[in-house]
Write a protein that binds this ligand. Sequence first.
Ligand SMILES: C[S@@+](CC[C@H](N)C(=O)[O-])C[C@H]1O[C@@H](n2cnc3c(N)ncnc32)[C@H](O)[C@@H]1O
Length: 501
Amino acid sequence: MPLVSALRADLAAARYRVDHLDSLWGAAAEAALQRGNRVPASRALAASDDPSAVLARLFVLGETADAGALAAALPTLGVLGAVELGLVEREAERVRPLLDLRPYAFVDPHGAGEWWIASDLGELATGAPLRVDHVLGVGGASTTLASLQFPDDVDSVLDLGTGCGIQALHARRFARRVVATDISERALGFARLNAALNAVDGIEFRLGSLYEPVADERFDRIVSNPPFVITPRAPEVPAYEYRDGGLVGDALVASVVAGAAEHLVPGGTAQLLGNWEYRWNADGLERAGDWAADAGLDAWIIERDRLDPARYAETWIRDGGTRPGTPEFERLCAAWIDDFVERGVTEVGFGYLVLRRSATDAAPRLRRTERADAPLDGAAGLGAHLAGALAAHDVVAALDDAALRATRLQVAGDVTEERSYWPGAEDPSVIVLRQGGGLRRELRADPALAAAVGACDGELPLGVIADAVAELLGVDAARMGPELLAEARELVIDGILQPAP
Ligand SMILES: C[S@@+](CC[C@H](N)C(=O)[O-])C[C@H]1O[C@@H](n2cnc3c(N)ncnc32)[C@H](O)[C@@H]1O
């Protein structure tokens, strides 16, 4: 039996799964692991000879193990096979892990699934700063981007900067073929192993920078968690391959956006993560919007977070495994701050970009930039929500105000309204519309908008509702109407109002 198939059989037999590991080490140890502390999990597994405990001690916690215990945990592959596959190295009667290998569970519109994902051992396991060619495992950014992927079936997807291959694996669930590229041969090695280990075919792996490996090709979709971390271009600052594309400032993300236009079929979409610099005279989110507009792409950009230069530097220096309070940390922090000063950077934004090439080569019709109310943190169903929002945009963009007035709308099922009153007051001081799913928006509504939304039950045309609300509130319908229609357009894109069937 080929070595990878033997490993797959052994991992399945060991029930090396997320729920089984959770039951072995418990919720508190799991939470400690998320914080970078392996001690509680190590204590919980120490006395267990469950095959999954042996595997997790090695491949999650980075501990050595007895060769006999590994042989029992991987009876088909055996210790020799594990050495040959590059999972461990043997030192007399002990084995030492050479990679991180752990189960990863997910839910998407095709249902629940679980894979095993191999990557480099992280700082938690090695206790040392990361090597510059470190290959990242599945992190929070990876799961968020995975959950944003559109769930409709397409022919082809490009995963640019595939790393351990996680986006390519997800994309393959909805695409006939996936091309996964990376500048790192080591990353492609892990990605190939992960596809084989999980018996996922139809992914082609190609080595090269940015769009070089797909020079003349176009795709239905592009997905990328690119190496967007802004890094000073100074010789003494490590350039980690997994996060640093080697350009100045946020130019790497700008080039991924610019290149998307050349590599999408008409109507094709790209979904990216990115950073954008706020400069003393330029709003970062609008700069990102300009990258897309300059490339002739529709753009919807959601900013999830914003950090000042010092916080940004601290976050990424720590991420590389350098601890605060050390001379190295201070030296790196100074390099980051100097670099930001050079370009007049005041803050750095982080977020998600949804881009679309027009189906007709018409000028871009969508430019939406916004700051998220809530973290997206990988919630299921987000991809479908975003795809629905783009479709809803196209529907309302095709309606002039007269046509929109004639449209019957209804409130989405996950929307609730919350009213706050000053004690004793008859009228609410604040009205908030809350969305339960999707982007979980919280929108302040004035009494006119709240009344109009409340009346949208799919029966009356929006124009009739707008006129009735104006009369009820005693305001001029001609003045209030256009504003209400503009707000209704946004609520349709947000998924708070929907065209009635
Ligand atoms: C942040 S990791 C993303 C990994 C994975 N796609 C995910 O979502 O977790 C970025 C990846 O881009 C790769 N990379 C760095 N520079 C690149 C370049 N110029 N062209 C293509 N890939 C690059 C890195 O090797 C790394 O695997």
